[in-house]
Design a binder for this molecule. Structure first.
Ligand code: NAD
Length: 475
């Protein structure tokens, strides 16, 4: 299948025509067997694999993403997702019989999973391929048609994504529309049956408001400030290595990157020393810094991160390491800040860059309160050997997900739900959880024989009243 690719920011009429094609196709798509859905997933898998080098080239041009990280954080993630979905899809699609209940004696009841219809998938730039295709895998598995809108900030990758889709899918099943705010604003007026948005909490609110007008269901995979709590019992060396890696991978441009570290005051200096060693070991020389350390996606974002560092410094924060920003080259040094004053913007806005404030606590409640004063985080990271501390923090601090003694890895699991809570998101993706977001669970009731319903209809004679009383007492 090869269809033509639309120009970036296509005319409204073209978008409307594409949408109409998806609407007309949706009833057929809903009826595809597991085998037919899997055939489509296999085709997507094969085409992504065939275009692997083009994807690497595109992501290097977009923001110098190291080729190995394209393999690990884009292609590996997508292939694992497809594999997991293929393994269980038949099971997820199966209608499930449920008991009918006493009042419905004489009947049969079951739940029929059905694709919701036409899905809109809007993606951000930080993982520009897998954040488009991972939800698409769920949409195809569920039996939906889908319109994909990749980010305009990673335009080279968006073009390859559009080519892959055009090579694999009939445009009445899946299409890509490239463009920015204006294009997305128009798409949000079309009567989709589900909107799956990954991006910032600010734009998430715009999407939810648009969905409310239709109305249609939404999945919002958003961001925010994901904290680390580290106590004195933690293995400082391995914790520092894992935190440094998860903060510097993708140059900190990860929705679940550790945003700041709350460390027990007795081990702050030792932890910061280990953190520096870990950063040195990840990017030991100029060559590895040039090759393996990613750039910031856009000058605007580099300026935003620079602004956060300057603001913190002006308020009295100490830069322990890094701090230099090249806004033209979109390069931000791995940066560690300590003694950051409470009012600093960096302690309130999502950092989304390779800058790590380290904050101390004396009593655990101080760390819990610090997180509680902010929006609900997407991820919470606990580094400790004390089970009681881990239990206490998990009970006191809500979050989308939790990792204990590691960071960010949990999002790759195809068995764990991945999503936020409150301002960090609505709903969740990955594996069966993604499938469920695009699925309508249709309740079906069939009257097999007379049952008791007729006995409870008016006129309410004394014997019927006695029967109602007896049933209520029995329950
Ligand atoms: P963004 O919200 O600016 O953009 C996301 C998408 O929305 C893009 O496709 C963009 O074109 C579109 N968009 C932007 N402004 C819009 C508007 N006013 N109206 C309609 N559409 C609009 O996010 P971003 O900068 O691309 O990505 C960074 C954010 O995404 C961070 O907050 C990060 O935490 C979050 N994120 C979350 C996840 C997750 O899975 N929870 C994953 C990656 C990124």
């Amino acid at each position: 299948m090869t269809s033509t690719i639309l120009p970036v920011a296509p005319a409204v009429e073209s978008m409307n025509a594409l949408f109409q094609g998806l609407v007309e196709r949706a009833p057929q798509q809903r009826q595809l067997s597991a085998k037919q859905r899997i055939k489509r997933l296999n085709a997507l898998n094969a085409e992504v694999w065939r275009r692997r080098d083009d994807l690497k080239k595109a992501m290097w041009e977009d923001f110098q993403k190291p080729p190995e990280e394209v393999d690990l954080t884009e292609i590996f993630v997508l292939k694992s997702e497809i594999k997991a979905v293929k393994r269980s899809l038949r099971n997820w699609m199966r209608p499930r019989k449920v008991p009918s209940g006493l009042a419905l004696v004489g009947s049969s009841s079951w739940i029929r999973p059905e694709g919701k219809g036409v899905a809109l998938i809007i993606a951000p730039w930080n993982y520009p391929m897998q954040l488009v295709f991972r939800p698409l895998v769920a949409a195809i598995a569920a039996g939906c048609t889908a319109l994909l809108k990749p980010s305009e900030l990673t335009g080279h990758t968006a073009k390859v994504v559009a080519e892959i889709v055009a090579a694999v899918f009939d445009p009445r099943e899946v299409v890509v529309v490239q463009g920015g705010v204006e294009t997305t604003t128009h798409l949000l007026t079309l009567p989709f049956n589900h909107m799956f948005f990954t991006g910032s909490p600010q734009v998430g609110r715009v999407v939810m408001a648009a969905a409310a007008k239709l109305p249609c269901s939404v999945t919002l995979e958003l961001g925010g400030k994901s904290p680390v709590i580290l106590d004195a019992s933690a293995n400082l060396k391995s914790a520092a290595k894992r935190i440094a890696w998860s903060k510097l991978s993708n140059a900190g441009q990860i929705c679940v990157a550790p945003d700041y570290v709350l460390v027990h005051e007795s081990v702050r200096d030792a932890f910061v020393d280990q953190l520096q060693l870990a950063m040195d070991s990840l990017y030991p020389d100029a060559e590895s810094k040039a090759r393996d350390y990613q750039r910031i996606v856009h000058t605007r974002h580099a300026q935003r991160i620079e602004g956060l560092i300057i603001d913190a410094k002006e308020r009295g924060a100490t830069v322990i390491r890094g701090g230099e920003v090249d806004t033209v080259g979109c390069h931000v040094e791995p940066t560690i800040l300590v003694d950051v004053p409470a009012g600093s913007r960096i302690l309130h806005e999502e950092i989304f860059g390779p800058v790590l404030p380290v904050i101390t606590w004396g009593h655990l409640q101080e760390a819990i309160d610090f997180i509680g004063e902010r929006e609900t985080p997407l991820a919470l990271y606990l580094y400790s050997k004390k089970k009681s501390l881990i239990r206490e923090v998990m009970s006191a601090v809500p979050s989308g997900g939790v990792s204990i003694n590691n960071s960010i890895i949990h999002v790759t699991s195809t068995n764990l739900p991945f999503g936020g809570l409150g301002s960090s998101g609505v709903g969740s993706g990955n594996g069966e959880f993604g499938f469920r977001e695009f699925t309508h669970f249709r309740g079906v009731y069939e009257q097999r024989w007379a049952g008791v319903g007729g006995l409870l209809m008016p006129p309410y004679t004394r014997s019927k009243s006695r029967l109602i009383n007896a049933v209520l007492k029995w329950l």
